[in-house]
Design a protein around this ligand. Structure first.
Ligand code: GRF
Length: 221
């Protein structure tokens, strides 16, 4: 398929969501291709996954830079060199400056392991259990300067079961993430959604329905 969107993925670690995107993009009909993976941490599994899939990688170690803008200018140079059109954070553990976020506005996605706007930030699953929530899940959203903030593209819900530990809940949510992220990137790359007043709305499809109303995951609560 010609006209696939060129996607860059930012990682800091394991890269299992990156793997889900790589696997989805193996289908030539998928509207995006992963052309570059950048890690801010050397030697992580995400880089090995990209190598394995013959995708170009870069390490841009934030520790090598005196300031956030210096770090980001090298990051952006690599993205431009690879002609990246859409950017996906996949377990990327750095906050980006407002300038960077503005330059990639509505072309930059993040995945977070909760049903946003609930449980932003770190230690999500521990806090979900602590709160006694009965449903958790994951969210793909466009990036804004505030952490885990921005227009929501897609969400998936999973039950919180009695007896869940942090690890068990994390695994259940992660399985949903691996289905949700390829779905959300497909919607964005295929131009099936747009941001209107900080909400994501579906572009009308030929059948008159919105692409957003056919989620791939049943809500299992
Ligand atoms: C995922 O749970 C993601 O939602 C969060 O960090 C984790 C990254 O996992 N932002 P992986 O690196 O994709 O395996």
């Amino acid at each position: 398929m010609s006209g696939r969107k060129r996607v860059g993925v930012l990682v800091s670690g394991r890269g299992s969501n990156l793997q889900a995107l790589i696997d989805a993009a193996k289908d030539p009909a998928y509207p995006a291709e992963i052309v570059l993976v950048i890690s801010n941490v050397p030697g992580v599994q995400g880089l090995a996954r990209a190598d394995q899939a013959h995708i170009a990688t870069r390490v841009v170690n934030h520790k090598d830079f005196a300031s956030r803008p210096d770090f980001e200018s090298v990051l952006e140079a690599a993205l431009h060199e690879a002609r990246v059109e859409l950017l996906c954070n996949a377990g990327f553990m750095r906050l980006l400056t407002e300038g960077f976020v503005t330059r990639w506005l509505n072309r930059h996605l993040n995945i977070h392991p909760s049903l946003l706007p609930a449980f932003k930030g770190l230690h999500t699953h521990a806090r979900v259990l602590e709160a006694g929530a009965k449903i958790s899940g994951c969210t793909v959203h466009f990036v804004r300067a505030a952490m885990d903030d921005g227009p929501i593209v897609a969400q998936a819900a999973v039950p919180v079961e009695s007896g869940d530990t942090e690890e068990i809940l994390a695994d259940r949510v992660l399985a949903a993430e691996h289905r949700l992220y390829p779905h959300a990137l497909r919607l964005v790359a295929a131009g099936k959604v747009r941001v209107e007043g900080e909400h994501v709305v579906g572009m009308p499809q030929q059948n008159g329905q919105s692409a957003l109303f056919s989620p791939p995951l049943p809500a299992t609560f």
